[in-house]
Write a protein that binds this ligand. Structure first.
Ligand SMILES: N[C@@H](CCC[C@H](N)C(=O)O)C(=O)O
Length: 290
């Protein structure tokens, strides 16, 4: 058997198994299998996937995220807050503001600290990409997808698409409790109009400053929260005239609240908690299939 040390952390119930690659080594070709293995609630630890905390040449720390199906994502908002907490509390960084490298670029994290513990994290998630080719979504490359008609499974909907370094599509619903997360979510995720798949968000507008939010994540299915998805929902809501640019919006996710603002400087800033659940040693057999 092989083994590695891990920390389980969550941001609003969006949980990942974090492995510190400053101290551990994992074989690159086995990462998808390890992600599937640790995520399994019956035979593994149980999580929405795996996050690697890695050395970087561009920043003090780098995040890599694998969904529970073993696919690698390019960004993860809840993961970034947890990586920031881990990096600060484990002395990888000593400043309270620092850069984190992701597969979609560099982001800046600022930690709030009480008694040496990180209590909340603000991440500058950068500028959303709105042109269709950046989502990516098939169709006229340079055009934005805002309240665009979208037919699927015999239904007619309107969608808004936003990239936060990873792809998101937003559906507005009248009642978040009745959002078709588990029925429409998996169909849209795999729809061929999204060649790289897509994270699917359902949003009920409460008022100009508050949104209810549920998500079907690409590669992980239903999760309690999605940080990049909540940022995308705020951007989509400004584009659709439902919330106000430059003003804070509170997004109510299944696991709790995030405060997000799409600033006049073009950048999206997200503030929320990050929690440590437990640490331990994980035993696995190795090989590409776990
Ligand atoms: N939970 C995340 C996003 C994780 C990656 C996503 N499923 C993808 O494949 O793009 C978040 O908090 O942003």
């Amino acid at each position: 058997m092989r083994s590695f040390s891990f920390t389980k952390m969550h941001g609003l119930g969006n949980s990942y198994i974090y492995v510190d690659l400053f101290r551990e080594t994992l074989p690159e070709e086995e990462l998808p299998a390890i992600a599937r293995s640790v995520a399994d609630v019956h035979t593994g630890i149980g999580s929405d996937g795996l996050i690697l905390i890695c050395p970087s040449e561009k920043a003090p720390v780098k995040m890599r995220i694998f969904n529970s199906d073993g696919s690698e994502g390019k960004n993860c908002g809840n993961g970034l807050r947890c990586v920031a907490k881990y990096a600060y509390e484990h002395g990888i960084v000593s400043d309270r503001t620092f850069l984190i490298e992701t597969l979609s670029g560099l982001v800046e994290a600022r930690v709030a600290v009480a008694d040496g513990e990180v209590t909340s994290v603000t991440v500058d998630m950068g500028e959303p990409r709105l042109e269709r080719s950046a989502i990516p979504m098939l169709g006229p490359e340079a055009e934005r997808v805002v309240a665009e008609p979208f037919a699927i499974a015999g239904g007619e909907y309107e969608i808004t698409a936003v990239s936060m370094g990873n792809p998101h599509v937003i559906f507005y619903v009248d009642d978040i409790q009745k959002a078709p997360v588990t029925t429409l979510g998996p169909l849209v995720e795999k729809d061929p109009r999204f060649p790289e798949g897509v994270n699917v968000e359902f949003v009920e507008v409460v008022n100009e400053r508050e949104l209810h939010f549920r998500v079907w994540e690409r590669g992980s299915g239903v999760t309690q929260a999605c940080g990049t998805g909540a940022c995308a929902a705020v951007v989509a809501s400004v584009l659709n005239g439902k919330t106000v640019r430059g003003e804070e919006t509170v997004v109510h996710l299944a696991g709790g609240d995030l405060t997000i603002v799409w600033g006049h400087d073009g950048r999206v800033r997200m503030t929320g908690p990050a929690e440590t659940v437990c640490t331990g040693v994980y035993y696995y057999r190795g090989g590409r299939n776990g």
